[in-house]
Ligand binder design. Structure first.
Ligand code: MIC
Ligand code: SF4
Length: 645
């Protein structure tokens, strides 16, 4: 029986394990990306490994999230990243050069290669045939050092796209339809492989949009085959030599199947405040919109900017609506500037931002209380915009631009002109000035590290008896943004874990840091899909540093669970999810024989306050159990040497 594309790439890179769904595999990593938000910790960890050079084909560090440098620490963090990347043999993308996933697509992606990134939207490159996975920083650091990446082999789901998109319906609507059907939890343990005539009809940009936001399904990654369209795109990029044809066998087998009839789709919008809260735009048409932003790694590339410019032509932005455009790469910005379109965009009343993540994580363009914001982004988690009780909607750049003109959510099919054609330039011309090549002589390169950048905290093995108070009980779908918000203030402190400690769970419970310090640590209790969203390992490392012994949840998101293990925090799931209801904040919990429990995969928790007990499961592989008992990856590698665990 034939192989699907996912399995082909995995088998070509397989170092350990066999690719049955659920069993742990280790794969060789060809490329690595580290954006600034998580990259500083990656390079600190890499330094502590004592290697002189990265051991992957391409590593690229990006200064993209905190580009406005509103605090002197931001520029200092970028300088550290730049000098460390340079010394260790990585490329560096300067602040303002663009958002990592967009720049990587244009400059570095290679079909058929594996890519690991310390950013949850690393799967974007699946749109050009890479097997691209987001992971915690430590896993990425290990891969930088030549170690394999270990993860449970996901089920490979074929998503067959039939038919063609109707006018005004876009790739964003395909992924919003996936969000509606699959939800933010439904993709866990899965890789979505898109096939069929509808997939072939999409441009590489559109495929990247779908793979990018596949992260919001909780999926390990998403992938498309490459074809003549991808070849043509690589040739226009001037990277014809990097193109590879990668496709599933004609008789490929999948673990599951879904079908979407593109011709039956309509323009969709995700309503506040979860990406799966999706309805047709027609249902909410007329909702006043105060702010519109087009940009981000999902929908801020050349094709999207061209669509925005074409819709705006001859129109004015509604004076009640603030329209911001943040091109996701400087290369695309430069090209549309040369085409003269920037002048037209500005004349319409829109504002232009630097090429940065910015507003996507509440860094700039924070809405006012009560305002509604419509964005072409991928996440509208509560308060992510920087405003508590925010109202953020997600839709295609086309829907966004029309709303900026009308001042309200508008079904684009009721808009008088035709939908813009998807257009690529003859040649991608933009400058390479934003990219710094690796140092030729690492010994001559030195690292500049400001004093606020502190060492990574390291824990010891978990105690064999864990006791402490339940410090917080959260609901379902808690994001890592809820655990460690990524606003401007926060991001200035991300290289200093002591400083990050005072922000943990701040938005859900402003006393959490104080209480946790006073008690010297304790337990976190969570609902289903705990830790979804961003890959930031701060959300595991900082609780560990504050004395959190374990997290007991109904279920975990993939990257966060791996991060907890990497930092020696015990991740437990309720054997019977209804026991979640029996635990209250302030309850004193006790776990005995923890090390034996980690080996056996089960631990009984005694609720000493209520004189009850309940069973928990520790669902880990042998390798993870070893790491956890040692206190995580860093103590394990110190004890055993080498980079791979
Ligand atoms: C995000 O979109 O939340 C981020 C900021 O890009 C993160 C990276 C991080 O945790 O800082 C992500 O998606 O992983
Ligand atoms: Fe940046 Fe937003 Fe993309 Fe994360 S989701 S990489 S913050 S643009």
């Amino acid at each position: 029986m034939g192989l699907n594309l996912t399995r082909k790439i995995i088998e070509e890179h397989l170092v350990e394990g066999d690719s049955r769904p659920g069993s742990e595999i280790g794969i060789r990593i060809d490329q690595v990306i580290t954006p600034d938000a998580t990259g500083v910790l990656c390079y600190l960890q890499f330094e502590s490994m004592g290697l002189d050079r990265v051991r992957v084909k391409r590593a690229v560090a990006y200064a993209d999230h905190v580009v406005y440098h509103f605090d002197p620490k931001n520029a200092a963090d970028h300088k550290y990243l730049e000098t460390a990347a340079h010394k260790y043999g990585s490329w560096f993308s300067l602040p303002g050069n663009g958002v990592c996933h967009q720049v990587h697509q244009e400059r570095f992606a290679v079909p058929g290669d594996t890519l690991l990134g310390s950013d949850s939207h690393t799967p974007t490159q699946g749109g050009v045939g890479m097997l691209a996975i987001g992971a915690g920083g430590l896993d990425v650091t290990v891969a930088m050092g030549g170690g394999s990446y270990y993860f449970p082999m996901p089920a490979v789901v074929e998503v067959r796209l039939e038919g063609q998109l109707p006018e005004w319906v876009t790739a964003k609507d395909i992924i919003l339809e996936m969000m509606r059907r699959v939800t933010v939890k439904g993709g866990r343990g899965k890789i979505f492989e898109y096939t069929g005539p509808g997939a072939a009809s999409l441009s590489p940009y559109e495929r990247c949009t779908i793979c990018n936001m596949g992260t919001e399904l909780g999926a390990t990654t998403s992938v498309f085959a490459t074809d003549e369209k991808t070849r043509d795109y690589f040739q226009r990029l001037g990277r014809g030599d990097d193109f590879r044809l990668v496709e599933p066998d004609a008789d490929a087998e999948y673990d599951d199947h879904m079908t979407i009839d593109l011709s039956a789709l309509e323009p969709l919008v995700a309503c506040p405040s979860m990406p799966d809260n999706v309805v047709p735009v027609s249902e909410v048409a007329g909702t006043p919109i105060d702010q519109v932003i087009v940009g981000s790694c999902t929908n801020g590339g050349y094709e999207d900017l061209m669509a925005v410019a074409e819709i705006l032509a001859g129109h004015q932005v509604n004076p009640k609506t603030n329209f911001v455009i943040a091109p996701s790469s400087k290369q695309a910005l430069e090209m549309i500037a040369r085409d003269g379109l920037i002048a037209d965009i500005l004349a319409s009343g829109a504002n232009l931002s630097e090429s940065t993540c910015g507003a996507c994580i509440g860094v700039g363009h924070v809405p006012a209380p009560g305002q509604r914001s419509l964005r072409s982004f991928n996440r509208n988690f509560p308060a992510r915009s920087g405003l508590i009780d925010d109202q953020v909607y997600l839709a295609s750049p086309e829907v966004c631009t029309i709303a900026a003109i009308t001042g309200e959510l508008t079904d684009p099919r009721d808009w008088n002109s035709r939908a813009p054609e998807k257009r690529l330039p003859e040649k991608f011309t933009g400058t390479m000035a934003g990219l710094i090549a690796p140092a030729e002589d690492p010994a001559a390169a030195s690292i500049t590290r400001a004093s606020h950048i502190t060492d990574i905290p390291i824990s010891g093995p978990p105690a064999n008896t864990l006791t402490g108070e339940v410090l917080i009980v959260t609901g379902d779908d808690i994001t890592t943004d809820d655990i460690v918000p990524a606003t401007a203030e926060m991001l200035s402190n991300w290289a200093n874990i002591d400083a990050v400690s005072s922000f943990i769970f701040k938005r859900l419970d402003s006393d959490f840091p104080k209480r946790t310090f006073a008690k010297g640590g304790g337990w976190i209790v969570g609902g289903a899909n705990y830790g979804q969203g961003s890959s930031r390992e701060h959300a595991a490392m900082t609780p560990m540093h504050m004395g959190i012994k374990g997290v007991i949840a109904k279920s975990f998101a993939r990257i966060h669970k791996a991060n907890l293990v990497n930092f020696g925090v015990v991740p437990l799931t309720f054997a019977d999810p209804s026991d979640y209801d029996s635990v209250e904040p302030g309850d004193e919990l006790l776990a005995n024989d923890v090390h034996a429990g980690i080996d056996a995969g089960r631990i009984t928790i005694h609720n000493q306050t209520r004189s009850t007990e309940f069973e928990t499961v520790i669902d880990l592989t042998e390798r993870e159990r070893r790491l956890l008992k040692a206190g995580g990856v860093l103590p394990y590698t110190r004890a055993h040497g080498g980079v791979a665990a």
